[in-house]
Write a protein that binds this ligand. Structure first.
Ligand SMILES: NC(=O)c1ccc[n+]([C@@H]2O[C@H](COP(=O)([O-])OP(=O)(O)OC[C@H]3O[C@@H](n4cnc5c(N)ncnc54)[C@H](O)[C@@H]3O)[C@@H](O)[C@H]2O)c1
Length: 449
């Protein structure tokens, strides 16, 4: 099948490459000429495990190509995926300008090419309820009444860091449409991805749009609940790890997404929680639990920083901090809304020196801080002369370091672990002052927080 992908970022590139891998011919369009040039030259533009190989294989076989020419791609394709940004606007609502601009363009293209044949326009971006209707109206306005097309909501559930795996073997595919022809076309396209028992769930467009927000907001809720609970554990001397095991073994709760930390970040959860809050308040049906989710999330990184500040008696000037991890989570180079930025910002305000290391996301730190911080070549390099190590991302390579070497490199053996990756007892044995979240560490202050 011929498919067009409009917007080749994290979602668009993974979607395009995986569709090509299953034999489709994929025409990708992006307005960023640098992205197009690199992708045509065989340089993958994002870090995502497993993406390189299948991207190169399909590029070489000619099953995927990249350009800035929307019209050409759209005319070649029967199915057109919109994988465009929907960043938060000033009031928290999702900014639909990219989607509606392309919808406007599509209508004009259809009007210029009335014989182009039936098209399915698929919205894969995360968009507020009612957007399908807006996209339909924007296309129809220019295309005229005779052109045959449908608009489908097909939210994407891939996780950065596992995006290829998730796309190739999805747990479910949600198709939001009431038009049989469009549903059949999409089921056909997804059929090769559904051989391991995953479900296609067909629903109306609005329900599909809400499903995506409801899923992300629920995940955010689990994280904020565990963070809140971990802070309570800190206050009363209980251990969040034991509680996580204790509740996660209940099949009604499940073991995933129960890890406390610095709070959620990335390009999806923060903006999607805000957008759902805004949609709910606009509809006069406030989702009040979500306001608490958002507030806890913002507070979590501040609380962590206050703990560090308190450790040094409020005086950070002249101290040197090593930071391991910039990406908002492991296995991605995505640093959008990374909680570590709050911590680095505050350290710099306190006139501390900061040296960072991340296996994949150094570019994100460089873009934000330029020469205001130091960039280490390795995790150990960042530790040279450090008074404290801050762990902000739970990359695998941080999990089993050489603690003896670390102690020789650091000026003071202090670790603030924002991801709870080490065993507090072992850290005590290694001679570190080890602070983590919601666990009994080297000391317990009933008033921590
Ligand atoms: N990143 C994720 O993990 C993820 C997961 C599920 C859903 N989503 C949703 O998918 C959507 C896209 O997210 P993303 O992370 O892939 O965004 P992104 O910013 O990585 O990529 C968007 C791409 O669209 C391009 N673009 C902008 N305007 C364009 C236009 N008019 N025509 C063609 N290309 C244009 C940009 O240059 C960029 O390359 C968002 O709504 C997001 O919420 C993201």
């Amino acid at each position: 099948m011929n498919v067009a992908i409009v917007g080749t970022g994290y979602v668009g590139l993974v979607t395009g490459v995986c569709l090509a891998e299953r034999g489709n011919t994929v025409h990708c369009v992006d307005t960023n000429p640098e992205v197009v040039e690199k992708l045509n030259a065989g340089q993958v533009t994002i870090y995502e495990p497993g993406l390189d190989d299948i991207y190169l294989r399909n590029l070489k076989k000619g099953r995927i190509a990249f350009s800035g020419d929307l019209e050409k791609a759209v005319l070649l394709a029967e199915i057109i995926f919109l994988c465009l940004p929907t960043p938060p606007g000033d009031d928290g609502s999702a900014d639909l300008r990219y989607i509606l601009q392309v919808a406007d363009d599509l209508g004009k293209i259809f009007a210029r090419n009335p014989g182009a044949g039936y098209k399915v326009v698929v919205d894969k971006s995360t968009v507020p309820v009612g957007t399908s209707d807006k996209v339909l109206a924007a296309i129809r306005k220019n295309a005229g009444p005779a052109f045959g097309f449908n608009v489908v909501s097909n939210p994407e559930f891939l996780r950065e860091g596992f995006a290829v795996e998730d796309f190739l073997r999805p747990e479910r595919v949600v198709i939001g449409s009431s038009e049989e022809r469009a549903i059949v076309a999409l089921k056909d396209l997804y059929e090769p991805f559904l051989q391991t028992g995953s479900k296609v769930i067909v629903m109306d467009e609005k329900s599909a749009e809400v499903t995506k927000y409801a899923a992300n907001a629920f995940l955010a809720l689990k994280i904020s609940y565990m963070n809140d609970l971990a802070n309570f554990c800190d206050a009363v001397g209980a251990d969040i790890d034991r509680i996580r095991e204790g509740i996660g073994s209940d099949s009604r709760i499940g073991p995933k997404f129960l890890f406390p930390g610095l709070g959620y970040g990335g390009s999806c959860l923060p903006k999607d929680v805000k957008a759902l809050l805004k949609s709910a308040s606009d509809a006069g049906s406030a989702l009040s639990v979500l306001q608490a989710v958002e507030d806890i999330n913002q507070e979590q990184r501040k609380r962590f920083f206050r703990k560090m500040e308190r450790h040094f008696g409020g005086k950070l000037e002249g101290l040197r901090f090593a930071v391991w991890g910039i990406a908002f989570k492991p296995n991605t180079d995505d640093t959008r809304e990374a909680p570590v930025f709050h911590i680095i910002d505050e350290l710099l305000k306190g006139k501390a020196t900061v040296a960072v290391y991340d296996p994949e996301a150094m570019a994100g730190a460089r873009a934000r801080y330029g020469d205001r911080i130091e960039y280490a070549e390795s995790s150990y390099g960042a530790l040279q002369g450090a008074d404290t190590l801050v762990i902000a991302t739970e990359w695998f390579e941080f999990r089993k370091p050489d603690f003896r070497l670390m102690k020789t490199l650091m000026r003071q053996p202090v670790i603030f672990d924002g991801r709870n990756i080490y065993d507090p007892r072992k850290m005590r044995e290694h001679g570190f002052l080890y602070h983590s979240i919601g666990r009994k560490t080297h000391e317990h202050h009933a008033t921590e927080g």
